[in-house]
Design a protein around this ligand. Structure first.
Ligand SMILES: Nc1ncnc2c1ncn2[C@@H]1O[C@H](COP(=O)(O)OP(=O)(O)OP(=O)(O)O)[C@@H](O)[C@H]1O
Ligand SMILES: [Mg+2]
Length: 373
């Protein structure tokens, strides 16, 4: 039988643990045309969750648009991504090659281009219609057209901007102002999703920023222990292996109910187990998990300075409420000069966080790796 655990984003209608309250609340905000900032550390299931919300809204007749801002390189890039995803959503509703051509009357800035794709017929891309518009003017036009479209359709509209904080990488660009200007007029609900929490939250909570207090803050928590335990037992059963409740709970506790690691550890435990899953398999599975994750961890550490690494390592073994105190710095040989900057930078990268007033490494498995190597 195939391994029932997955390390990828979970498409709608696939096995999903819990999140029923979140689904209900988020769907309700979307129907009320409320804007939401959905945030959590990396790999908590934000994208999987918003895709589920959108699948439900589509069933109710909504138009749903999803754009990922990961590694955006320019304002033109943002405009192009939004236009492409608008066209893909419309094409899903009604083929743009057939009936859906009426939609094209509203959208004049980019044209859809269908290119032959090796496995799935045609791939949809977009091209600007004219070279006269670019940068912020291009984005302005695309958003204006989207607003006109939303206004002209009686069905509701829901828009997700995933990894939204990436817009701040475009330094000194008025992109926030232009987005805000249109979004506040659109008869739609926007979800702004992201995992670099400090940067994302600053967009919405700093007084002098265009998006100041324009959306509900919605943090996503780890999975509840009980639900995760039952989910793991059920998935092992689906894969033809018996895992007791207490063993499943040990898996859940080992990774502090962190959604991605729950799947990744269970995946490895499944691989090394016979018909019955026992607790020894958890340790072996965890070693395998560390071995496969270490490449990502190494890449993360490589991008850091010496004092950032020293602080990160210190927090991996010794979380503390007063990391700027002389005792803490002396204990970990941290230099006074670099520590404040290191702390700010690590927080911006969402590698460390203040949890219940104590500074710690956000990712518990990364913390184990830092402590061991
Ligand atoms: N409710 C859930 N039930 C089971 N597994 C989940 C759940 N939520 C997330 N996962 C696991 O976590 C992984 C990460 O999910 P997803 O990509 O949706 O998270 P994300 O928060 O968007 O991550 P990133 O911050 O990297 O964009 C998925 O591959 C899945 O294995
Ligand atoms: Mg995501």
């Amino acid at each position: 039988m195939p391994n029932p655990f997955t390390l990828r984003f979970i498409p709608p209608r696939s096995p999903f643990c819990n999140r029923t309250q979140e689904l209900r609340e988020l769907s309700s905000h979307a129907s009320n045309r409320t804007n939401v900032v959905l945030f959590s550390p990396r790999r908590y299931g934000k994208t999987s969750l918003v895709k589920q919300v959108q699948a439900g809204l589509e069933k109710d007749g909504f138009f749903t648009f999803y754009t990922d801002f990961f590694m955006v390189t320019s304002v033109n890039d943002i405009a192009g991504r939004i236009a492409k995803n608008v066209y893909s959503a419309l094409h899903r509703h009604e083929s743009l090659l057939k009936k859906g051509t009426r939609y094209l009357k509203t959208f004049k800035t980019f044209r859809p281009v269908f290119k032959p794709a090796p496995h799935n017929g045609f791939a949809l891309t977009v091209e600007p219609v004219s070279t006269e518009l670019s940068g912020i003017d291009l984005l302005d036009k695309v958003l204006e057209e989207l607003g006109v479209f939303i206004h002209s359709e009686s069905a509701g509209a829901h828009i997700v901007f995933d990894e939204f904080q990436e817009i701040t990488e475009l330094k000194k660009s008025p992109v926030e102002g232009v987005l805000r200007k249109h979004i506040q007029e659109h008869q739609a609900s926007y979800f702004f999703v992201g995992s670099r929490r400090r940067i994302l939250l600053d967009i919405f909570n700093q007084r002098n920023r265009p998006f100041y207090q324009s959306a509900i803050m919605y943090p996503l928590s780890p999975l509840p222990n009980d639900e995760l335990t039952s989910f793991l037992v059920g998935q092992f059963k689906k894969g033809g292996k018996k895992c007791s409740k207490s063993t499943a709970e040990a898996i859940s506790n080992k990774i502090l109910q962190y959604p991605y690691y729950a799947q990744a550890l269970a995946y490895n435990v499944y691989e090394v187990s016979g018909k019955v899953v026992n607790e020894d398999a958890i340790e072996i599975g965890f070693e395998k998990l560390l071995a496969s994750e270490r490449y990502g961890y190494e890449a993360t550490v490589q991008g850091l300075t010496g004092s950032q690494i020293t602080l990160l390592r210190a927090l991996a073994t010794d979380p503390d409420s007063k990391i700027l105190s002389t005792e803490y710095m002396a204990r970990h040989k941290l230099s006074v000069g670099g520590i404040q900057y290191a702390q700010r930078k690590l927080e911006e990268l969402d590698l460390i966080e203040k949890h219940n007033n104590v500074w710690r490494v956000v990712d518990p498995v990364f913390a184990c790796w830092l402590a061991e190597y």
